[in-house]
Design a protein around this ligand. Structure first.
Ligand code: FAD
Length: 418
């Protein structure tokens, strides 16, 4: 069997894998990416956050992405009935990038993979990791190409950026159940000819359809718009018919989407994804680190997936370089804790969204601009800025604020009655 030697083997050529590969390669190490699919390939996750831009920049990807003409994104809008809450990233509390992109992931991920390949990192497509043997931190990985040819890769370190493939957690039984309840998404790409009915395309919209059920609207620069419904599987079960019939019935049932998307042309048959939340006990081990979705994926509501993938890979790549240079790395303190800090902040916001706490906050009239800026920072992905009280106290601050708003409203309406 053919054997190849590298410093670092990266599993997966999504945002997590390519960001890590590029940063480690730029430090002078021999890196190889193994990717199961042929690119371009479809993956969901089309709305980025400004915080991802710093990682994409460090990886050297910004110019290549810019050249693709993806839709620029400057904010996010939340809608519930007639109530509206518009966040513009320029209002964010934390200094940093205030814009990003809305991307078709097939094109975006191919751009990142082509760029890293042009830098000198080989990408083996249609090649799957089937086995890994560790000997201390050194490893021997067995891979299999599309014709069934097996070979091995000897590496000093492995970055697992295999996303939903979850290669290392699956091979080494590190899987853990998510704390979030299973949800389902039904989505498609639509030919959005009536887009001028909304103040788009340079932001995404999340529409509260019913408690626990919401819609994403992500316009692309091509005139196509990604639109998906997310909710409990039981919610979808009320609607009979094929996925397309259910999708069209839901578009008709929601006043915000009814006119704009009536009889809309679909680019592909609506697709279903469900029970996507997953995590693992440890994000690292002797000779490997997990990045991106393999660490933990929560929920699509705040578009956190690609940003967490890019930032975790940016952090991990620097630690891998340190380790290869023979320096000590405290993976718990330097990787697990900061990664969890980001994930846990978003987890609080995801839970607050489904509990309705964020409805109270988002749809309050005359929001305090300081608080709005601090929350806007979280929505832009700045979930490591501990000077922001809505990051530092993410698990309590939202509930406290919602309670204060509710009490003030109650007092106001009782004084009006008197
Ligand atoms: P991926 O992009 O999944 O890349 C992993 C790569 O590894 C894949 O190309 C795969 O083929 C490869 N691979 C897998 N197994 C193997 C193997 N054995 N050998 C070799 N290669 C392998 N995120 C956002 O930021 N914004 C959004 O708007 C958003 N919307 C979402 C909507 C839904 C319904 C869901 C479920 C998720 C959404 N996400 C969103 C999350 C987003 O999809 C992921 O967080 C993101 O793709 C993670 O990137 P990654 O690089 O970790 O993994």
């Amino acid at each position: 069997m053919k054997t190849e030697q590298v410093d670092v083997l990266v599993i997966g050529a999504g945002p997590a894998g390519t960001v890590a590969a590029s940063i480690i390669h730029q430090a002078g190490y021999k890196v190889k990416i193994v990717e199961k699919m042929k690119f371009p390939r479809f993956v969901i996750g089309e709305s980025l956050l400004p915080r991802s831009m710093d990682a994409l920049n460090e990886a050297g990807f910004i110019d290549a992405i810019k050249a693709k003409g993806f839709q620029e994104k400057f904010g996010a809008k939340f809608v519930k009935g007639d109530a509206l809450c518009d966040f513009t990233f320029k209002e964010q509390y934390t200094p940093g990038w205030t814009w990003t992109w809305q991307v078709t992931r097939a094109d975006f991920d191919k751009t990142l993979a082509d760029t890293v390949e042009s830098m000198g990192v080989p990408v083996a497509y249609e090649t799957t990791v089937t086995d890994i043997r560790f000997n201390g931190s050194d490893s021997v990985t067995t891979i299999e190409d599309k014709d069934g040819n097996k070979s091995t890769i000897e590496a000093r370190f492995i970055v697992d950026g295999s996303g939903y493939g979850r290669v290392i957690p699956r091979l080494f039984n590190l899987e853990k159940n998510s704390s979030l309840q299973p949800r389902k998404a039904l989505f498609s790409h639509t030919v959005d000819t009536r887009r001028s009915m909304a103040d788009e395309p340079n932001r995404i919209t999340a529409v509260v359809h019913k408690k626990g059920v919401w819609i994403w609207i992500i316009p692309f620069s091509t005139g196509v718009t990604s639109l998906g419904f997310v909710g409990d599987p039981e919610f979808f079960a009320q609607y009979p018919g094929t996925d397309e019939e259910v999708y069209r019935a839901l578009l008709e049932a929601e006043p915000y989407t009814r006119e704009r998307f009536r009889d809309v042309e679909l680019v592909f048959e609506p697709r279903v994804l469900q029970s996507w939340s997953a995590t693992t006990d440890k994000f690292y081990g002797d000779g490997f680190v997990l990045t991106g979705n393999v660490t933990e994926f929560l929920d699509p509501i705040f578009s956190s997936g690609v940003t967490l993938a890019c930032v975790s890979s940016q952090t991990a790549a620097k630690l891998v370089i340190k380790k290869l240079r023979g320096e000590d790395v405290d993976w718990e303190k330097e990787y697990m804790e900061p990664t969890l800090q980001g994930v846990n902040t978003f987890r609080s916001y995801v839970m607050a969204w489904y509990e309705g706490t964020l409805d109270t906050i988002f749809f309050k009239k005359d929001a305090d601009p300081v608080i709005k800026g601090q929350i806007c920072s979280v929505l832009a992905g700045y979930v490591w800025d501990m000077s922001n009280p809505f990051v530092k106290n993410h698990d309590t601050a939202l509930k406290r604020l919602a309670r204060t708003i509710e009490l003030t409203e109650k007092l106001k309406s009782s004084s009006e009655i008197e």
